[in-house]
Design a protein around this ligand. Sequence first.
Ligand code: AMP
Length: 285
Amino acid sequence: MRTIRTVHELREVLAPARPAGRSIGLVPTMGFLHDGHIALLRRAREQCDVVVVSLFVNPAQFGPGEDLEAYPRDEARDAALAEAEGVDVLFAPPAEEVYPPGFGTSVTVAALTEVLDGAPEQRGSEHFAGVTTVVTKLLSMAGPDVAYFGQKDAQQALVIRKLVRDLDIPVRIEVCPTVRDPDGLALSSRNAYLSPAERDRALGLSRALRAAEAEVAAGRLDAAGVLSAARAQLDAHGIDPEYLELRSAADLSPADRVNGSTLLAVAARVGRARLIDNTILGGTT
Ligand code: AMP
C-alpha cells in the first residue's frame, strides 16, 4: 500500500490503471477507521482492481463550535487497517493540498440539503456544501469508477447520488448497509467520545429505530404511532433528540405514513457526541 499526500502523485499512481482496463474504487473517509469503513473497503476490494481510501478530516463540513479539532485521528492505525484489507492507495492530503490559499469554489446541491442535518437549527446546508465540495474534488482527483458510501449517513448518500447525476460525474455510487456493534449501536468515529454510561444511553437511538420497525411490522403505519414508539425508547434512555423524522427515502419530503420506502432518521447529542442513525421502514400503503 502506498501513502500519498498530493493530488499530483495520486494522479500519477492511478494514471496507468485506466488504459490497462483496471477499475478504480474510492472510499472517502475522515479516518479513525472502524468496521463500518472496513465494510466499504471490503466491498471496494471485491469489486475493483485498484482500491483507494482517502483520509481527510474536511474542515469545510464542520460548523463553528463543532468538533473539528477534537475529531479523533490516528493515521498509523488507519494505515495498518487499510493495508490488512488489501487497499492499494491511502490518500491522506494535508488541508492545504485540498484547500490551497485562494481556494474559492463551492459545490452545492440545492435539493435535499435544507432538512434533517441540513436544517438551519441543525448543521445547516453549509455542512452539505462542505461535503459536496470535497466529494466533487475527491472524485475529480481520483477519477474512480465506483465510490463507496454508507447508509449510516443516509441523507449524505442521497445528496451525493444527486450531485453526480446533476453534474454528470462518471462514477457509480455504491451505498453499503450500516454496520453496528452487536448491541445495535451504529459504528461511528464519534463513538470514541462516549463514556461507558453515555454509550449505554446512546443505545436509545438504535432501540428507537427497532421500536419503530416493530410498529410497522404490527401494521401500524401512521407517522404519529411510529414516531411515538420511537420516542418512548429515546425517553427511556434519557435522550432528547435534535430531530426524529419520518421522510420519503427518495426525496426526503415529509411522510405522514410509512409507505414502503420511508426513512426514519434520528440525531441526538449524547455527552460530547452528536450521533445520527436511521432505518428504512417497509410496509404497504
Ligand atoms: P466518515 O469517516 O464518518 O465520514 O465516514 C466515511 C464513510 O463511511 C461514509 O460514507 C459513511 O457513511 C460511512 N460509514 C460511517 N459509519 C458507518 C457505519 N457504521 N456503517 C456503514 N458505513 C459507515
